[in-house]
Write a protein that binds this ligand. Structure first.
Ligand SMILES: [Zn+2]
Length: 345
């Protein structure tokens, strides 16, 4: 039986590889049991591609979605140095893959990859610390392949304020975008770079909603009504995303799924289904996707790693999602939103 390829809204595999390289661990082409994604396991799990995040660590913390220390701002020079190293890693993976991995810059390239079984990687920055206020680096990174940018990770920078991790708490944690942040939104619209709202605080979210001409996107967030973490989206935010014809990628992080916000990985698949149902009810089936957060967080034990994706899809089918809906969740919704966001085909 042929499987629907999955296009995923967020992984931190480049961060894992960056750390493993420092520690002499396995590379992307080696099958290992470390973390969640490598090429052999991606193939086994039916992963067709996704957003590969460049994340600049504040300190040595293993989870990007539940750090042990409070996130402090980081400097441009340091951020650029780490960003270049991690982006270069992705380009090296592409060139060493013998055609098995492609860094995609257009929707046509993604569609081609999904049809031919080449793993499609979008270069995404999780936080804009490597971008200078004049946006010179943005132009250069765009030319290199940057197609998706989170204005912030969960810490303040020149452009905006990220949500600190809190539970139970509202995502309304501080001020909105700076003037430079508003300019960055306009520049992303002009270039056709997707703006990711997942780590932004609520005021920043509304600022982007007012300024941006593109669909609103949260690549890896869940429903605040079901798990009251600052990283999840309120009903009002979901309404705005729906109105813009945007998308939310379901985050597999147990802390953003569990009603108690805890870190215990014994989370039944039903909890993931409950969030997905809620997102689909509020956004419509055309505006829900997956945003696993693989390699950046603790995921339910039942999923385990990327090879657990077929389990989730089977659970969705058993839960009543028909073939057409599964295709939308798996990749079609991402492709539509990217088509409306990026310039060129
Ligand atoms: Zn994240």
């Amino acid at each position: 039986m042929s499987r629907v390829p999955i296009f995923d809204g967020h992984n931190d595999t480049l961060l894992k590889l960056y750390r493993q390289r420092q520690d002499g661990g396995p590379g992307f082409f080696d099958r290992s049991d470390q973390g969640h994604i490598d090429l052999p396991r991606a193939r086994e799990g039916g992963l067709g591609g996704g957003f590969f995040a460049v994340f600049v660590p504040s300190a040595r913390s293993s989870n990007t979605d539940s750090p042990s220390s409070p996130p402090a701002p980081i400097e441009l020079g340091y951020a650029q140095q780490v960003t270049l190293t991690m982006a270069a890693q992705l380009f090296r993976i592409e060139s060493e893959s013998g055609g098995q991995v492609k860094v995609v810059r257009t929707v046509d390239e993604i569609v081609g990859c999904l049809e031919s079984g080449v793993l499609a990687a979008i270069l995404h920055f999780e936080g804009a610390e490597a971008i200078d206020p004049n946006l010179d680096a943005l132009e250069v990174f765009y030319r290199a392949g940057l197609r998706s940018l989170g204005l912030v990770w969960s810490r303040p920078n020149t452009f905006a304020h990220g949500v600190p991790f809190g539970f139970p708490a509202s995502p309304d944690t501080g001020p909105g975008l700076t003037d430079a942040g508003r300019e960055l939104v306009r520049a992303c619209n002009r270039l056709g770079i997707l703006i990711d709202l997942s780590h932004l605080n609520e005021q920043g979210f509304w600022d982007v909603a007012r300024i941006s001409t593109a669909p609103l996107v949260a690549t890896h967030s869940n429903a605040h009504a079901l798990c009251a973490t600052t990283r999840n989206l309120t009903d009002r935010q979901l309404d705005a995303i729906k109105e813009s014809d945007g998308i939310v990628g379901l985050n597999f992080s147990v802390s953003f799924l569990r009603e108690d916000g805890g870190k215990d990985p014994d989370v039944p698949l039903e909890t993931m289904l409950r969030h997905l149902d809620y997102l689909a009810e509020h956004l419509g089936i055309d505006r829900v996707g997956l945003g696993s957060d693989f390699d950046g967080t603790t995921v339910p034990r039942e999923i385990g790693d990327v090879t657990g994706l077929p389990k989730l899809m089977a659970a969705l089918a058993a839960h009543g999602y028909d073939e057409a809906s599964l295709r939308k969740i798996a990749h079609e919704n991402w492709i539509r939103v990217l088509g409306k966001t990026w310039k060129g085909t």
